[in-house]
Design a protein around this ligand. Structure first.
Ligand SMILES: Nc1ncnc2c1ncn2[C@@H]1O[C@H](COP(=O)(O)OP(=O)(O)O)[C@@H](O)[C@H]1O
Ligand SMILES: O=C(OP(=O)(O)O)[C@H](O)COP(=O)(O)O
Length: 411
């Protein structure tokens, strides 16, 4: 296990890693529950008189969502109700000077850590601990706090490198999400267990399906992932059209595993029956996946028949886990799949967990009450890996830090 803020004391120089990775639409960072949830940790640190330096990431290099964290500073400040300084540097002289200029109770947000070449390589914690990133910043702090449960499945420098060189603690989001999602992994259910998998990250979804195996009775697929499985099943969908770059590279990476899963579990995997697109009149239009028409336009949601058939499975389930949206729910015309499934879950008495930074945002966008669901996680890939009992590098690093400190005390 790991240490929490209950054991932190007060008046320290703290480096805290949050996950503020957010949807970005036309360059605008969209508010979402990650800011509200992490604000609790930051507010507690401020009230305890710490000098608070925040690290976070946004998007991935090459994606439209890969932007500076300057907007995140303003959004976080609104929730913490304290000014949040921002420096557009990660671990250079400008960042170090800004860190050294902080007073007790002040907050500084560093630039998107993924703009540092040291951050992204998936490497063992020991290698990240030796990076210039970690070696430059660590001496400026008394301790490190990881609150980024939703990024804990990544073995990146800001998530695993610091606990090897600084006393490390879990933030309040890390603590709560770990407890909720780990308890789920060990639960037994007296009925069928269904998993709804969608979104844009095929590798995350396929990792989960490979690990969960017999634990899930039904997989209901949608989103980009659902189309890739349809492509493997022989349907004329699931490839880049209209300038999209969301399918073909993921197909190249995952085709073999998708085909294996379909062959092994065809009786437990249900694919969309129909899909939706934007027609010439800018309206939502649907077609059965069996239609043999030229599909040279982006497919943006599952269709109404799919929502109805998936609803029948959900209504017969004792537990339903959701990760990843079934369509581009941010556009109301293509929210039918995601919202339809969430509404069906909300009206049944099954145990339900909704996971995913983007997906859980659909709940607030469409006025669904979190109380309808057993747990709403702001994590996606991390939550599903916890479901599968897989370790999370960010959590393991905290645990190792705790064991290292305890063993040095015993000596
Ligand atoms: N058919 C689709 N085409 C393009 N984007 C899609 C499609 N279906 C879902 N998405 C996008 O997937 C995103 C969520 O994917 P992902 O990041 O994997 O989920 P989460 O962040 O919830 O774990 C949503 O923002 C949604 O717009
Ligand atoms: O949003 C996140 O994951 P999620 O999409 O699984 O919820 C995390 O911030 C991790 O982001 P990444 O998948 O770009 O490493």
């Amino acid at each position: 296990m790991f240490k929490t803020l209950d054991e932190l004391g007060s008046g320290n120089r703290v480096l805290v890693r949050l996950d503020l990775n957010s949807p970005v639409e036309d360059g605008i960072v969209k508010d979402n529950r990650r800011f509200a949830r992490h604000a609790r940790t930051v507010r507690e640190l401020v009230e305890d008189g710490h000098r608070v330096v925040v690290m976070a990431h946004q998007g991935r290099p090459g994606r439209d969502s890969f932007v500076s964290l300057d907007q995140h500073a303003d959004l976080l400040a609104e929730y913490v109700e304290t000014p949040v300084g921002f420096v557009d540097d990660v671990h250079g002289d400008e960042a170090v000077d800004a860190i050294r200029g902080l007073d007790a109770g002040e907050i500084l947000l560093l630039e998107n850590v993924r703009m540092s070449d040291d951050e992204l390589p998936e490497k063992p914690a020991e290698e990240h601990a030796d990076s210039e990133f970690v070696q430059t910043l660590a001496p400026e702090f008394d301790c490190y706090i990881n609150d980024a449960y939703s990024a804990a499945h990544r073995s990146h420098a800001s998530l695993v490198g610091f606990p090897l060189v600084l006393p490390a603690y879990a933030g309040r989001v890390m603590e709560a999400e770990y407890e909720a999602n780990t308890s789920i992994a060990s639960r037994e259910f007296d009925g069928q267990v269904t998993m709804v998998l969608g979104g844009a990250k095929a590798t995350d979804v396929i990792d989960v399906m490979s690990a969960l195996d017999e634990a899930i009775d039904h997989y209901l697929l949608g989103g980009i992932v659902g189309e890739l499985f349809l492509r493997a099943a022989g349907y004329d969908v699931g490839y880049d059209v209209g300038g999209t770059e969301l399918y073909d590279h993921q197909w190249e990476q995952n085709e073999e595993r998708i085909r294996e899963l379909l062959a092994e579990r065809s009786d437990r995997i249900t694919l969309p029956f129909d899909l939706a697109y934007e027609d010439a009149a800018d309206e939502r239009a649907e077609f059965p996946v069996t239609d043999d028409v030229e599909k040279d336009f982006p497919l943006l949601d599952v269709g109404s028949t799919t929502v109805e058939r998936y609803g029948e499975v959900i209504e017969d389930s004792a537990a339903v886990f959701v990760k990843g949206a079934l369509g581009v729910f941010e556009d109301e015309r293509f929210s039918t799949g995601t919202v339809g499934v969430l509404e069906t879950i909300a009206t049944t008495d099954c145990f339900s967990v909704i996971g995913g930074g983007d997906t859980s945002r659909a709940i607030e966008l469409y006025g669904l009450d979190e109380e309808y669901f057993s747990h709403v996680s702001i994590a996606g890939g991390a939550y599903v890996r916890a479901l599968t009992g897989q370790s999370l590098p960010g959590v393991d690093a905290l645990t190792r830090s705790c064991e290292r400190v305890e063993s040095s005390v015993d000596q």
